[in-house]
Design a protein around this ligand. Structure first.
Ligand code: SF4
Length: 938
């Protein structure tokens, strides 16, 4: 939003709250259909304005559903030109208040209604003072109990905005005056008219003799420390109270768990897993454990591991695949586990200490924060995020961003403030969230983390996880992929360009002298030195730019005549071993000359820094820390480019896959990944007393050798505990007899026809699993045609939004078919009775051109049977696992890839599933077979 001029606030200030309804979101092509406005002051409403507007275009069904304004309603309404002048008169020159006000103002201005008065956005105001909430008008109305009638009509929404503004200012009055002054500063530094609102609040507070207690930063680092320390773990010695019998007792049919869990069903599978885990931890053994769906696996590892940790006073690290799963553990399973332990041992709940650790970029770095919040000019978006963080700093004890609402568009602002890349900082002395977490983690019995942090910590160190000897990895089948992405590298022309921009751009290093106010005479000598070095830097940056272009132009030439197009993602990949030997020396030569320039660049930057430090001593303003951090960032970036260049052009690590990647219409990039993750992890895992890897899909044909190799875990016990569900009665598998092969031309059409017929017969309730986004999109095109006119909603990953959004739409309306790619093969849980069929479009083999897959395949004598097939079978089982999540679920599993019947290897897929009923039939019979079966069995 473009902030409008600030003006001083009058006592008894009049404002106008406005809202518009429009035919769409684009102010250049869409039109206004409803205007509402409320003129008010602190005594209440003075006047209102409301008018429907007749647009020059038709109002869509969607907008009519949303606003309840139909084409009929506006038939006799005035045109915008007819009401323009009276609305301008109504607005007078009072500050305008709106929720996302720039949207409304954009429409008013494009209709010739000039807006010059200050604009106050209740969205921005709410985001500054309510760090945890979501900021839609509807949600904020709920938060403040505002009786909002007829949402999405202009006048009621303007009324709601008016009330919201009043409530927000009342809420702000309750905040510490020092915080209000800080919020005022952010508004002023971003030229936002909210400055006058915070100024008014500040004045009102001083009139009421309310004084600040937080100090000039609007929060107090010492208070933070005190708060963090107040949450103490109460570890006492409880050894010799827990024994083998206790573990069995907890899980027995009348044991503690049965009293804690609602609708508890005794499962000997659960008891067996719990006892095996207890035994492995006690006997310092490793365990590979496959536990099927529905056993209650999470509690069966949480309870014995916590008991073990208490008994032995040792930390146990539990890693799961994602931050969401970490949160799920904390919110759902850990409270039950605690209750069980308190009940069965008498140990007080506060003596069970558990900490949740995430990657560093989840935590605020107070040093970066204190530097950035002191900038005298910030953007409107920064003002919103800074305000939110400053308010939150008065309540948080963790500094974990999940406690506040950092919106997607503000991700970059958060990244610049996060603790990522603060590796040396743990040695510093003042309070820091990371240091505090690290300390707490050392005192905790259970540390919950995710694979990415676990692996980074294991291999690169970094100081967030404590010393530990016992490790449990859930969703362990992800470990290899996560390690691959953690230990991957990428080198691009953009990386060099952004380094050069940090030196030579409007806000780059070369123009840094404008950051300091200098007394003229004394500084002349140093200024001359600085300008001399700046000139040299400028020339060198130009040379490096040319060499950078040269390097990547030569790299792009590698693909001439060597196209290895991957039909799965339209990428070309070239393994280094496939690069023509004649081209490579010239590329390496170009890198070497670039590397020489980079050494020169580092020297010049250091020279520049020296001259600048001399000047800085004469500086009259406090920009020191900001400039220092610019220098540090640039020095680090130069080192990083040097290291990564060495990695790609000089080193030749036998355990690394190197390749060049070229996306259509983009410059190529250099990439690398570990060839054998097991080689990297083996030593690290051997240092542990006991490592337990578990998942619902870990073994292939009851054999764990693939996972053992992948992660380098030797000498482990193995256990497979199948799911207790009765799949024979709950699943019907359908295999078509007339599907063309996936390589045949008419395959996608036939696939889409069959999907369409199945979803029609089941009225949606269907998930289709694809192995590539391209085939998903192709099928989506056909389906939109085949399902036109039906009530079935098609929701496609990548077309209708993120997997989360798709799941939400499906939950709102089960009469849907989801077209899902990788994210839907596992990890998604459908609510009871919402899913009736899963269709596998293709057997989930890895894309054969994927460079990592190609390179790893070469490690096997028979890459297809030993590598490609086992991986595909595991994936297939994961897809199948989405269908039955509880004992009462029923559904059909249809594989529309005819290779499952026509190829010899097809039987491996079928045998990998539990015993289920199978039907072979033609594609036009399958829909009715499924419908009949469900009818009989539901
Ligand atoms: S110690 Fe490191 S992470 Fe903590 S505030 Fe300082 S720089 Fe940031």
């Amino acid at each position: 939003m473009l902030p409008r001029s600030n003006s001083k606030m009058q006592d008894s200030q009049i404002y106008v709250a406005i809202d518009l309804e429009t035919t769409g979101l684009n102010s250049s092509t869409d039109e206004i259909i409803d205007i509402g406005a409320v003129k008010f002051n602190e005594n209440g409403t003075i006047d209102t304005y409301s008018s429907l507007i007749k647009p020059n275009q038709l109002i869509s069904k969607f907008i009519t559903q949303l606003t309840k304004i139909s084409n009929h309603d506006v038939l006799n309404a005035p045109k915008i030109e007819d009401v323009k002048d009276e609305f301008i008169d109504f607005l007078e020159n009072f500050p305008i208040i709106g929720h996302n006000v720039s949207f409304d103002v954009g429409f008013l201005e494009s209709n010739g209604i000039p807006i010059t008065q200050p604009l106050i956005d209740t969205y921005q105001l709410a985001a500054c003072i309510l760090p945890k909430d979501t900021y839609s008008l509807a949600n904020l109305a709920r938060v403040f109990n505002i009786d909002s009638w007829d949402m999405h009509r202009a006048l009621p929404d303007a009324e709601t905005t008016k009330t919201l503004f009043t409530k927000l200012t009342e809420h702000a009055m309750e905040l510490d005056p020092d915080l209000i002054l800080q919020l005022k500063k952010f508004s002023r530094n971003s030229q936002s008219p909210l400055e006058m609102i915070f100024e008014k609040i500040s004045l009102d507070q001083s009139k009421k003799n309310i004084y600040g207690t937080l100090g000039s930063l609007g929060y107090n680092r010492q208070y933070l420390e005190k708060r963090a320390k107040s949450i103490k773990s109460n570890n006492q010695n409880f050894t010799n109270i827990i024994n083998n019998l206790l573990v069995s007792e907890v899980f027995s049919s009348a044991g503690t768990l049965s009293k804690i869990i609602d609708n508890f069903e005794y499962r000997n599978e659960q008891e067996e897993i719990a006892y095996s885990i207890w035994e492995c931890l006690n006997e310092n053994k490793n365990l590979l454990l496959e536990g099927g769906t529905g056993i209650g696996k999470t509690l069966s590892y949480l309870i014995p591991s916590t008991l073990f940790s208490i008994e032995n006073n040792s930390t146990i690290v539990i890693s799961t695949n994602t931050i969401n799963l970490q949160e799920q553990l904390l919110q759902k399973d850990i409270p039950s586990m605690k209750k069980v332990i308190v009940e069965s041992t008498g140990i007080p709940s506060e003596s069970i200490s558990i900490i949740n650790l995430k990657g560093r970029n989840n935590y605020l770095c107070l040093d970066k924060w204190e530097t950035q919040q002191s900038f005298s000019a910030i953007s409107y978006n920064q003002a919103r995020v800074f305000g939110k963080i400053n308010t939150w700093l008065n309540t948080t004890i963790t500094g974990d961003k999940s406690e506040i609402n950092i919106e997607r568009r503000d991700g970059e602002i958060w990244d610049s403030l996060s603790s990522e890349n603060c590796y040396e900082c743990l040695k510093r002395s003042s309070f820091c969230f990371l240091k505090s977490l690290r300390k707490k983690s050392e005192e905790s019995q259970i540390v919950i983390t995710n694979h990415s942090l676990l692996l980074r910590d294991m291999v690169q160190g970094g100081g967030l996880l404590p010393e530990y000897k016992y490790l449990i990895v859930d969703e362990a089948h992800h470990l290899e992929n996560e390690a691959t992405s953690q230990f991957s590298n990428l080198f691009s022309s953009d990386k060099i360009e952004s380094l050069l921009n940090a030196i030579n751009s409007e806000r780059g290093l070369i123009n840094i002298k404008s950051f300091v106010k200098l007394p003229s005479v004394k500084s002349r000598k140093y200024l001359q030195e600085l300008s001399g070095t700046a000139e040299k830097l400028d020339q060198l940056v130009s040379k490096i730019r040319l060499e950078n272009q040269n390097l990547f132009k030569k790299t792009a030439n590698l693909f001439h005549g060597n196209i290895n197009n991957n039909s799965y993602d339209n990428n070309n990949h070239l393994l280094f071993s496939e690069i023509n030997n004649e081209s490579w020396p010239s590329i390496v030569k170009t890198w070497k000359s670039l590397a020489v320039f980079l050494i020169e660049l580092m020297n010049l930057v250091l020279e520049y820094k020296k001259s600048f430090s001399a000047l800085e001593k004469l500086s009259t303003n406090g920009t020191k820390s900001m400039v220092q951090s610019s220098f540090t960032d640039i020095e680090n970036s130069i080192e990083l480019v040097q290291q990564i260049g060495l990695h790609f052009f000089i080193e030749d690590n036998k355990n690394t896959i190197y390749w060049v990647n070229q996306k259509q219409d983009e410059l190529p990039t250099y990439n690398s990944a570990p060839l054998n993750v097991g080689e990297i992890l083996r030593n690290k895992l051997e240092e542990k007393n006991s490592v337990i890897l578990t998942s619902a899909t870990l073994a292939v044909r009851e054999n764990f050798s693939a996972i053992e190799k992948q992660v380098g875990l030797n000498d482990s016990d193995k256990l497979i505990i199948p799911s207790p569900f009765n799949y024979a009665e709950s699943v019907l598998m359908c295999l078509p007899t007339d599907m063309p092969s996936p390589t045949e031309k008419n395959y996608t059409k036939k696939l889409s026809e069959t999907i369409s017929e199945i979803t029609k017969s089941l009225k949606g309730h269907t998930l289709v699993l694809f192995t590539s986004h391209k085939s998903l999109r192709d099928s989506w095109k056909y389906l939109t045609e085949y399902l036109e006119g039906s009530t079935i909603q098609i929701i496609a990953q990548g077309i209708n939004g993120s997997p989360n959004r798709i799941m939400n739409s499906f939950m709102d309306n089960n009469e849907s078919v989801i077209l899902g790619a990788s994210s839907f093969w596992e990890g998604v849980d459908f609510p009871k009775e919402s899913l009736k069929a899963i269709i596998v479009a293709r057997l989930p083999f890895e894309p054969p051109n994927d460079p990592i897959f190609r390179a790893r395949s070469q490690l096997f004598d028979n890459p297809f049977l030993e590598y490609a097939l086992p991986n595909a079978v595991l994936r297939f089982r994961q897809g199948f696992g989405r269908l039955i999540r509880r004992a009462t679920d029923k559904g059909a599993f249809i594989t529309l890839d005819n290779r499952i019947s026509t190829k010899r290897y097809g039987r491996y897929f079928i045998q990998a599933l539990p015993e289920i009923e199978r039907k072979y039939a033609s594609t036009n019979q399958i829909p009715s077979i499924i419908a009949d079966w469900l009818h009989k069995n539901e």
